[in-house]
Design a protein around this ligand. Structure first.
Ligand code: NAD
Ligand code: TYD
Length: 353
């Protein structure tokens, strides 16, 4: 059941946020969806071209660190729910520019919590503040085991430390002010509209353009990959059915060593591009490791699966095929996001490794 609700989604012009906005706009025509985004390098309204004219969709360009503007927006619209995704999200950028992560991820989140607390203080019934977080807050794993909801926080990068801090504020606002919060911690996502600074879209882009494929260290680090539309589906079910005050882990049960994943992409793209077998693999270049590089992440999503009946809808092979096909069919998107500032970033990031 939906009912006419006003929901604020932050970071909706980014990778995961755009999939969440699209899903909510389409699935819940009775809801009014406000997409708040600062449009940093990672935010792109082209991601939402297909729904931008929907009558239940509104875009607001705003910075979550601007508390006065945020408070005004909440007072004007009296949102029923918030799904908070806006963040600085790239570990490598957090190593070179940690303060951006403190401002947006910590201060920005607390601003949103304060604004929600102010407008909901007299009646919190039916209200939801849903904070979207990452499995990286739990730190790194060795060869065995998986993160559960009770794994102690042990963030290692400025990115994960800022996300952990924001998670703690969200929990504290529930404990102290009874703010109706939910949190989810998800593993690495992949899919369409993913900015090509992260592993999978960067490799797809470089394979396409016959550029070196920079694998950090020996490529032995392990990540658990989830198709972004399955993350959006999990956010939907948790938003509607998860209990207030609860945390849910979301993962793909799909662990890959980076080097194996890059080789899989090379094989898939050689086939799609009509290149000979093994041609793209020759582009693989081992480069200096990331500082403090977490060895392995793996998520136990059994709480979400058992309590809310969620499960991934695609296999990794299917999701990756769809992702590669999307990038091949949308080279103009890639071209737009990789011009100008991206080129400078890429040069600085990879020239001295
Ligand atoms: P992204 O970098 O693609 O998008 C972030 C969005 O937030 C962009 O549209 C950007 O413009 C916006 N934004 C940044 N700073 C802002 C500010 N100060 N005010 C308003 N908007 C601002 O990130 P993503 O990969 O889509 O991640 C979304 C959320 O999911 C983040 O909170 C991230 O920590 C979390 N998450 C991501 C992954 C992943 O694999 N990408 C996994 C688990 C959790
Ligand atoms: P990334 O996509 O940045 O996600 P995260 O660091 O948040 O998990 O990186 C995924 C893995 O791929 C991580 O182990 C670092 C590695 N990696 C490379 O080997 N080369 C690259 O160029 C990038 C961007 C990442």
């Amino acid at each position: 059941m939906s009912g006419s609700k006003k929901i604020l989604i932050t970071g909706g012009a980014g990778f995961i946020g755009s999939h969440v906005v699209r899903r909510f706009v389409k699935q819940y025509p009775d809801y009014t969806i406000f997409n708040l985004d600062k449009l940093t390098y990672a935010g792109n309204l082209e991601n939402l071209k297909d729904i931008e004219k929907a009558s239940n969709y509104h875009f607001v360009k705003m910075d979550i660190t601007d508390s006065a503007e945020i408070n005004k927006l909440f007072e004007t619209h009296q949102f029923d729910g918030v799904i908070h995704l806006a963040a600085e999200s790239h570990v490598d950028r957090s190593i070179s520019h940690p303060m951006d992560f403190v401002f947006t991820n910590v201060v920005g989140t607390v601003n949103l919590l304060n604004a929600a607390k102010n407008i909901w203080k007299d009646n919190m019934d039916g209200k939801v503040f849903y904070h979207v977080s990452t499995d990286e807050v739990y730190g790194e794993l060795g060869d065995e085991g998986k993160f559960t909801e009770s794994t102690p926080y042990s963030p290692n990068s400025p990115y994960s430390a800022s996300k952990a801090s924001s998670d703690h504020f969200v929990r504290a606002y529930h404990h102290t002010y009874k703010l109706p919060v939910k949190i989810s911690n998800c593993s690495n996502n992949y899919g369409s509209h993913h900015f090509p600074e992260k592993l999978i879209p960067l490799m797809i882009n470089n394979i396409m353009h016959n550029q070196p494929l920079p694998v950090y260290g020996k490529g032995e680090n392990v990540r658990d990959w989830l198709f972004v539309e399955d993350h959006a589906a999990a956010i939907d079910v948790i938003y509607h059915k998860g209990s207030i005050g609860e945390t849910f882990n979301i993962g793909g049960n799909n662990e890959w060593k980076n080097i194996d994943l890059v080789r899989l992409l090379c094989r898939m793209m050689d086939r799609k591009l009509g290149r000979g077998e093994g041609v793209s693999e020759q582009l693989i270049t081992f480069v200096g490791d990331r500082a403090g590089h977490d060895f392995r992440y793996a998520i136990d999503s059994s709480k979400l699966m058992n309590q809310l009946n969620w499960q991934p809808s695609v296999t990794f092979e299917q999701g990756l095929e769809r992702t590669v096909d999307w990038y091949l069919a949308n080279q103009d998107w890639l071209q737009h996001v990789t011009s100008g500032a991206y080129r400078e970033y890429y040069q600085n990031m990879y020239s001295n490794r």
